[in-house]
Design a protein around this ligand. Sequence first.
Ligand code: SF4
Ligand code: SF4
Length: 530
Amino acid sequence: MNATLKEGTLRERLQSGRFGYGIELVTTRGFVTPEKPNAVVELGRRLAAEPRVDWLSITDNPGGHMMLPPDWLGRILSAHQKPIVLHLTCKDLNRNGLESTAWKYASEGFENILAMTGDYPRNGFGGVAAPVFDLDSVSLIQMLNAMNQGFPVPEKKGEGIVLPRTNFYIGCAVSPFKRHERELMPQYFKFLRKISAGAQIAYTQLGYDMRKFHEVLLFLENQGITMPVIGNVYLLNRTVAGLFHRRQVPGCVVSDRLMELCERYAKGPDKGRAFFLDFAAKQLAAFRALGFAAGYLGGTTKAETFLALIERAERYSAADGKQFAKEIQFAQPDEFYLFEQDPATGLGVSGRINRAYLASLRESPTTKENGLGYRMSRFVHDKVFTPGTSGFRLMQRLYGWLEHHPTLARGLHRVEYAGKALWYGCRDCGDCSLPDCSYLCPLESCSKNARNGPCGGSQDGRCEVDDKECMWARAYERLKAHGETEPMLEGKTVYTNATLRGTSAWANTFLGRDHHAETPPPSPPPDAKG
Ligand code: SF4
Ligand code: SF4
C-alpha cells in the first residue's frame, strides 16, 4: 500500500514561517479491526481532517510499553493527506530491524521520522522484554541519512549496486531540562552529534521552564546552525504533574513550585481543567513569540481539547507570548543554565555564555572521577592504544604475530579479559569503547549501552534505569578535570560489530577490525548548516 502523503509537506510547513501545530498520538495494545475502530483511530481521523492541525506524530512503544506499531495507524490516517511523523526507536529492534522498518516506511510513502534511542522496556508478555539498543539515536540518524544518500549493497560493493535513495525528513529530540552542568552539556554535545549525523529538525523534550526551551534556540544560534525547532507542550493534570514531580517518567520534570500550583488549582470545582488548559495555551503562545517553528501537543485523548488549546493559543498576541515566557519559568533547585539571564525577560541572552561555566572550564576542577584509575587509563591509552605511537606499532607487530599462534593469542585474551573485567567491569564485547566513554565500559556503566552520548532520561545526574550515576555525567566530570569536555562527542559515530563478541578487543584494535578503524562518515544534509 502506498500512503498518499504529499512529498516534503512537513518540511514545507515548518519552513514556511507560519507557526505550526503537531499532535502526538499514542497507539493501543490489542487487536483492532476496520469494522471496530478504537478511540485512537477516531481521534486520529478527527484531527487529520482538521485544517488547524499541521501534522500527526505517532509514537513507537512509548514509555517502553508494547503497543501497535506507528505505521498501522499512519496507514489508516494517510488518506487525509495530513503529514504524518512516525517515531522510530532503538529499544526493540537491532540495526537490521530498524533498516528493514525504514525501508518499509519509505515504501509505504512515510517520509517523516522522529529517530530516538527510546525508553527502556517496562513490560512484556511473560515478563519484561530484553532491550536491544544495538543502535542509538545518533547511529540511527546516520543510518537514515545514509539511506537518503543511497548506499552500496555491502555484499556487492565491487559491483557498484547502490540502493535507491529515500527522502526521509529526519527529526531528533533534544532534552534541555537537566539540572546539572554534567548532564546538560553532554545533552547539547549529543544534539550537535545528531545534527552532524543528519538530523534536520529538532523536537524538545516536554518541560515547564521557558528559559530552558529558549536556550535550545540560543545554543543553535551560537553554533551558527539553522534548523526548525519544535517546542513540546504536554497538557498537565494533577495526576500527571505528580508523576513528573516524583520523577516517574524519565526526563520529565515538574518542579516543587509548579507542583504546588497544580495542587492548588486541582482543588477547584473543575479540578484545575481551565488552569491547565490555559497554561498549555500560554506555552504555545510563548513558543510562537520566541521563534519556535511549531508546538507539539500531547497529554490528552480528546480532539476538542487539542483544538481548544490551539484556538486559545492563537488568541494570544506576540506580546502576550513574551510575557508568558517570562512567567512560565519553573526551574529545579540550583539548575544550571548555559546562557546568562536577562533580568528583564528572565530568558538567556544571545551570545552570552554563563560566565561561571566559562571560568570553570579554565580551572580544571578536582573531582572524584579523576582518580588514579582514570589517569592510568589515559596514560596507557596515550602510550599504547593511540595510532602512530611506538607502543601502538609494537603491539600491531605482536598481535600480527599472534594471529599465527592461536593458543598464545587465546591465553593473552584471557589475561586481557580478566584484567579489564576487574578494572572496568568488561563484558568481553570485543569492540571496545573505553576511549569513547572516558574509560567507563558502556556495557557495565550505561543501561542502554549508549556509546554516542547520553540518552535523555537521566534525573539529577542519576541513570533513568538503574541506581547509579549516569555514565555520561561521569564521563563529563572526568574530561572536565582535563579541560576536554567540548570535543567529548565529536568523534565519528560508533557502530559496534556483533561478530567480535567474545574475541580480544586489543587484537581487534591493533589489527584494525573494530570501530576505531577508519571509514568515512556520510556528509551532513543540506538543511542543517553548521
Ligand atoms: S571490550 Fe567492550 S565490554 Fe570490554 S570494556 Fe571494552 S566496551 Fe566494555
Ligand atoms: S547511564 Fe545515562 S545514558 Fe545510560 S541509560 Fe542511564 S541515564 Fe541513559
